[in-house]
Design a protein around this ligand. Structure first.
Ligand SMILES: [Zn+2]
Length: 342
């Protein structure tokens, strides 16, 4: 990126009410068949236009074609039975009824590649595409086949690598892996989590990112945050390993989070997507608040490596709130850009 402080979002944006019920995760589609396919594309166009209108530099599909950032990818794989459900504890935090791994997992055909090609055809701006990371995928399933979290993660890494290579060929500039599970299972992250992530990016020439956050603004997550004390030092556990990895960009939660900003020092040398927008409340940040977060981050990351972003996806927010937050992100980044260029 030549532009200083290029803005982006962590991933999802709200869907229009004609596509899926708003302000809800796993919201069911309102249409079917051909109509649904058309509607998803229209929503993608709209989501892109809203990002462009807000002045976002690195754009995405707003995840308009997926119901959920993890399960939609898994739905397209063999070896997982969605009818056979078990209740598991996700990220040690909340119980959810999840599908079961019943055999060897594999990807028979591309999952998001057509969507990425479509987004590429709609814009010349840099595009970022989000995929779930291996550890977050295994944490959203019940496994009755491999019976080993690590083994299943390595299998998913191979599948993600196949998908990522095709996304790169479709013209995606940055491929991002969402790993909120990295903020919970520290021993596993250090034993094999980062290694499986590196397997997922093997051979890629485009830029790669890992997004590690404290989750959407849903009750289970906000309740969990209340138990984390006055300083959230989770990143401290995984940053040394990430700093030594081949991942280019680390996407973090910062604004309104109790994450000590100086932890960013531990990934010195990486590009950092700094979350300057809180996705867990409806208050729209002022450009000054965004700028203040970015200025604090600049103490620990070089200006040419700082990418202003959101804390997490904005799928569960009302559309006008998400739109306002995108505009605030742009305006705040522009304030700091001007200060840096004098
Ligand atoms: Zn997130």
């Amino acid at each position: 990126m030549k532009k200083l402080l290029p803005t982006s979002t962590a991933g999802s944006l709200p869907k229009p009410a004609w596509l899926a019920e708003p302000e809800k995760l796993w919201s069911p589609w309102k249409l079917q068949g051909e109509e649904l396919l058309d509607a998803k594309r229209d929503a993608l166009r709209l989501s892109l236009q809203e990002q462009q209108h807000a002045g976002i530099d690195i754009v995405s599909d707003g995840e308009q074609t997926r119901q959920h950032f993890v399960t939609t990818f898994i739905e397209h794989l063999d070896g997982v039975d969605f009818a056979k459900r078990e209740t598991v504890r996700i990220r040690n935090r909340y119980d959810a009824s999840v599908p079961t791994v019943v055999g060897a997992v594999s990807r028979q055909k591309p999952v998001f590649v057509e969507d990425a090609r479509f987004l590429r055809s709609q814009t010349d701006q840099p595009i970022k595409w989000a995929l779930p990371g291996p550890m977050t995928m295994i944490d959203t399933l019940y496994d009755s086949h491999y019976k080993s979290r690590e083994k299943l993660a390595w299998e998913f890494a191979v599948i993600l690598n196949q998908e990522a290579r095709e996304l790169e060929a479709a013209g995606v500039d940055i491929i991002q892996f969402d790993e909120p599970a990295f903020n919970v299972f520290f021993d596993e992250v250090n034993d094999w989590g980062v290694a499986t992530l590196e397997r997922a990016i093997e051979g890629l020439k485009c830029e790669t990112a890992v997004h590690i956050c404290y989750g959407y603004g849903i009750k289970a997550n906000t309740d969990w945050k209340k138990t984390l004390g006055s300083e959230w030092r989770q990143y401290e556990e995984t940053f040394p390993k990430l700093q030594a990895s081949n991942i280019d960009i680390v996407s973090l939660e910062c604004h309104n989070a109790r994450v000590p900003m100086d932890l960013i020092e531990l990934i010195r040398g990486k590009k950092v997507m700094v979350g300057a927008i809180d996705v867990a409340n409806h208050a729209i940040e002022t450009p000054e608040e965004v700028a203040a977060t970015l200025r604090r981050a600049l103490q620990f990351v070089a200006a040419d490596k700082l990418y202003p972003s959101t804390n997490c996806g904005m799928a569960p927010l009302p559309r006008d709130v998400a739109r306002g937050k995108l505009h605030a992100l742009s305006a705040g980044a522009e304030m700091v850009r001007r200060e840096l260029q004098v």
